[in-house]
Ligand binder design. Structure first.
Ligand code: OOG
Ligand code: NI
Length: 471
């Protein structure tokens, strides 16, 4: 079998999911809740649509059923570079820069994900990857963190060898792929034996719970996996019905007719037994709270203008909520009110250039194609608006494939607690894309650029088929 990055990514994603289900059984329960919610949603839409029978496979294409993201937290440049190399073999590239200091965390991040439509369609698995910003730690904690990180190696020697092989020969044999998966899993497996003492752990945690999570263990356990649903409100309800420890609200934009960006919820992280090093050489029992299960519902990708409008509304809502101390339902009502300003029809999102779209030829386009074939000459340019008005082209919204750092902040906070001794220092920090790219050893792709490219490419294909000089 020829080397296929998409297949390797699918296999790795599946293996990770199986491992996580065995480590965190509640995650397996969450997947069942998602299936239940999606099946109910499909059934309801069939009832409402009456005679228009909906085939579940039209609504849930293959990528929906496998889709999930994971998240890992790293400590050093070596860890980040090596994870980048590992994901590159699976066809995942760093896309986007996320400054989590905005949410009070001494971290910044990227998402490793497929960056072409074709690869996303095959398997869209992505991993949100954060790395500590050492300069945002107090000196005492930084020293402790550096000492703990220096003595760990989160990669097996065989994994490192396989990465060298993949890079030099440009592919892996089937056996090497299998080895890459099993060795790769070792980096993300849970270990209940900490590498620090309980006292050190408490010190790290007091500065920020995330620092303790990144630094105290011999590797970088996956901290959550996330299946995708078509009805996150129903998943939230079902989690509560099933007595699961759901977080109290869904992060991201409110429910809308035209879903935008990303909505997320999770069950809260569980307290897990951890054995801390004892100066005498034995271990003392303690606990750590970090790993959880999350659900996402993906909406449409927004342009920069769309995103600015989204951020502006959200900032306004958050400022008002803070002033009036609104939480839970009251916050959600305010959010819904605020988002009334955001256009909620596909044609407005398109015409106001708030979202990204791909264009397709309609059956009507045949006539135009025939005309141009008869005339042999390419037709002169026709405007996009004209082609849309004449029903020669139609459009479809692109799905948002990325993340929302403030939602990530909400998830972090409800799972780990937002208490931090150095919150002021962190909140006043500037974002540091250059510093992140130095650690990563390469540039991150701009997500807006990728969506714009997909949009442009679809238009170019239409132009070519219509034999137009220009659209
Ligand atoms: C990362 C959280 C980011 C999301 O869905 O926004 C994330 C973390 O908890 O380390 O996965
Ligand atoms: Ni997540």
């Amino acid at each position: 079998m020829a080397f296929d990055q998409n297949i390797l990514r699918s296999r790795f994603c599946h293996a990770l999911s199986e491992m996580y289900k065995s480590e965190v059984p509640l995650y397996g329960d969450l997947i069942h809740v998602v299936w239940e919610a999606d099946a109910k949603t499909i059934q309801n839409s069939q009832n409402i649509e009456g005679d228009r029978v909906i085939n579940p496979d039209d609504i849930l294409p293959a990528r929906h059923r496998v889709e999930r993201h994971g998240a890992i937290r790293l400590g050093t440049a070596h860890e980040l570079v090596t994870v980048r190399r590992m994901f590159a073999v699976m066809g995942m590239q760093p896309v986007g820069y996320y400054d989590l200091s905005l949410a009070g965390f001494p971290m910044h991040a990227t998402a490793f994900r497929p960056n072409t439509q074709e690869a996303l369609d095959k398997n869209p698995f992505r991993v949100f990857t954060t790395v500590l910003r050492m300069e945002l730690l107090t000196e005492r904690t930084r020293e402790l963190a550096q000492k703990a990180l220096e003595q760990r190696d989160i990669f097996t020697p065989r994994l490192l060898a396989l990465l060298d092989i993949a890079e030099s020969q440009g592919f892996l044999t089937p056996d090497q792929c299998t080895e890459l998966i099993s060795n790769g899993l070792e980096t993300f497996r849970w270990h209940s034996k900490a590498t620090v003492t309980l006292e050190e752990y408490e010190q790290l945690k007091a500065e920020h719970p995330l620092i303790a999570d990144v630094v105290s263990f011999p590797n970088s356990h996956i901290n959550h996996l996330t299946p995708r649903t078509i009805d996150i409100d129903l998943v939230q309800q079902l989690m509560l019905d099933h007595g699961m420890p759901a977080k109290d609200r869904i992060e991201g934009p409110p429910k809308r007719s035209c879903p935008i960006l990303l909505r997320q919820t999770s069950f809260k992280a569980l307290e897990e037994t951890v054995y801390f090093k004892d100066p005498s050489g034995s271990y003392v029992k303690g606990s750590h709270t970090a790993r959880f299960g999350e659900v996402e519902q993906r909406g449409y990708a927004l342009t920069r203008e769309g995103r600015q409008l989204y951020d502006r509304i959200l900032d306004r809502v958050n400022a008002e909520a803070a002033k009036k101390d609104l939480k839970g339902k009251a916050y959600d009502t305010l959010l819904e009110e605020g988002f009334k300003e955001f256009p909620d029809t596909l044609s407005e999102l398109h015409d106001l250039r708030l979202g990204y779209f791909t264009y397709q030829l309609t059956p009507l386009s045949d006539q135009l194609v025939n005309e141009s074939v008869v005339s042999e000459e390419p037709l002169p340019s026709i405007s996009l608006q004209n082609l849309l008005d004449k029903n020669i082209l139609s459009y479809e919204p692109l799905t948002y494939e990325d993340f929302l750092p403030l939602s990530a902040g909400g998830i972090f906070n409800s799972n780990l607690g937002g208490v931090s001794q150095s919150r002021q220092l962190i909140m006043s920090a500037d974002s540091d894309l250059d510093g992140f790219q130095r650690l990563l050893g390469t540039c991150v792709a701009d997500e807006f650029h990728l969506y714009a490219e997909m949009q442009q490419k679809s238009l170019e294909i239409c132009r070519h088929k219509l034999r137009l000089k220009e659209i």
